[in-house]
Design a protein around this ligand. Structure first.
Ligand code: FDA
Length: 393
């Protein structure tokens, strides 16, 4: 008995659409199923509506995984340059914002349109508003119970993403399927997510909501030198989002507020050359004014520097260069850009993304335990893993 489709892909997001086009071009009869009313919702909301669709400097070092070598093969075989060429073939205007980070000039819709056009050209069918209530392994592949009836396929690709932003359609579907077929899951947690603060610090920082300053934040041997943004809920901005992927509850963050300065030496020389100067004055020269004022007030640094002993200046330098913050938590999946953990990649082929024990079942994109840094790496993983599976499924 022949199957309804050669390949069914669950999830019309970044990875699923890329996989569908790739498999379709190979002449496979492909169906993509999504329960949402629109495809690629996360693409549309990404990069502030302009989709940071890849990063030209992406390397395996930009990814977190319990099995760090897993992502290397797929990333090598489908590179940021490959995706850029696709985008350029479709005439999408783009720009490099921070080093290597490519964004659409106009709108994230352009990237979704590239993928939908590719799917159409490749003959891949997309069915939206369709839910899957059961998946059964059969002799010829898989049988799916869906809201559109029963469907069979030879190869099944799970591209249903992680748990972040449930209001955009995120579900634990992929993890349930992994469990059903006996795969191990690594604990999931929210990544690239703002921190919440304990009430006292939150209150102290409240007047600074909206202020951003370049910092170097570290935690668990990782550090990121990027802007930090104070929000009315806590701490965000690229540096905080990046380090959140490494942070575990109870961990302390260490923030260097003046990473470009040799703070202690600056203060010693200021005391010598301008003894009437104050710490507040020094801060005002190097930090946004509101931040400088509030941080100075928090520490009660008053009076001219000539009144500060060497040990006092050391303490000031430490408070500026090593501000220890213990976040209360994170905003969680509600606002997280990604989900860390997921399907343990040790059970998958790094060449094809197929389950080693079940070569016609594939897991791609965010559902697996590969999570990128901020800056276009997560989409690059979605494209690369989608192509890897699409080439064989
Ligand atoms: P994705 O989540 O894109 O797609 C999964 C699909 O599966 C969805 O369409 C969903 O509806 C569907 N689905 C889920 N459960 C289902 C079920 N039970 N039945 C049927 N369908 C189901 N990355 C980056 O590189 N650059 C950026 O600029 C950004 N910006 C960004 C902003 C915000 C606000 C977020 C939340 C995330 C980002 N990201 C990002 C991360 C990026 O969006 C993410 O890594 C990819 O979308 C993951 O692609 P996937 O295809 O794996 O999942």
């Amino acid at each position: 008995m022949s199957s309804d489709y050669d390949v069914i892909i669950i999830g019309a997001g970044a990875a699923g659409l890329m996989c569908a086009a790739t498999a379709g071009y190979r002449g496979r009869k492909v169906l993509v199923i999504d329960h949402a009313n629109k495809p690629g919702k996360k693409i549309l909301m990404s990069g502030g509506g302009r989709c940071n669709f890849t990063n030209l400097n992406s390397t395996p070092a930009n990814f977190l995984s319990d099995n760090p070598h897993y992502c290397i093969s797929a990333l090598k075989r489908y590179t940021p340059q490959d995706f850029l060429e696709l985008v350029e073939r479709h005439g999408v205007e783009h720009e490099e914002k921070a080093a290597g980070q490519l964004f659409c000039k106009d709108s994230a819709k352009d990237i979704l349109n590239v993928l939908l056009t590719e799917c159409e050209w490749a003959g891949a069918e997309i069915r939206l508003k369709t839910s899957v209530s059961g998946v059964q392994g059969i002799d010829t592949g898989y049988k799916l119970a869906t809201s559109a009836g029963s469907l069979t396929c030879e190869s099944l690709v799970i591209a249903s993403g992680g748990l972040s932003i449930p209001t955009m359609g995120a579900t634990g579907f992929g993890y349930d399927i992994a469990r059903q077929f006996g795969l191990t899951l690594l604990p999931t947690r929210a990544g690239l997510v703002p921190f919440t603060l304990h009430p006292e610090l939150k209150e102290q920082l409240a007047p600074l909501s909206g202020v951003s300053c370049p910092v170097d934040v570290s935690c668990r041997d990782q550090h990121f030198r990027e802007p930090m943004l104070v929000t009315h809920r806590g701490l965000s901005g690229p540096s905080m989002l990046q380090i959140s992927s490494y942070w575990h509850p109870g961990d302390e963050l260490t923030v260097d507020l003046l990473p470009a300065n040799r703070i202690h030496e600056d203060l010693l020389s200021l005391r010598k050359n301008k003894p009437q100067s104050t710490v507040g004055h020094y801060l005002g020269q190097h930090l946004p004014k509101r931040f400088a004022q509030a941080y100075n007030d928090m520490h009660g640094w008053t009076g001219p520097l000539q009144g500060y002993k060497n040990s006092d200046l050391e303490q000031v330098a430490e408070a500026l260069g090593q501000w220890h913050i213990k976040p209360a938590g994170t905003e969680g999946y509600r606002t997280a850009e990604v989900t860390l953990g997921g399907v343990d990649t040790r059970q998958l082929s790094s060449k094809t993304m197929a389950v080693l024990e079940r070569p016609n079942l594939y897991f791609i994109g965010e559902v697996v335990d590969v999570t990128g840094h901020l800056g276009g790496h997560n989409f690059q993983w979605a494209w690369a893993s989608g192509v890897a599976a699409g080439n064989v499924a």
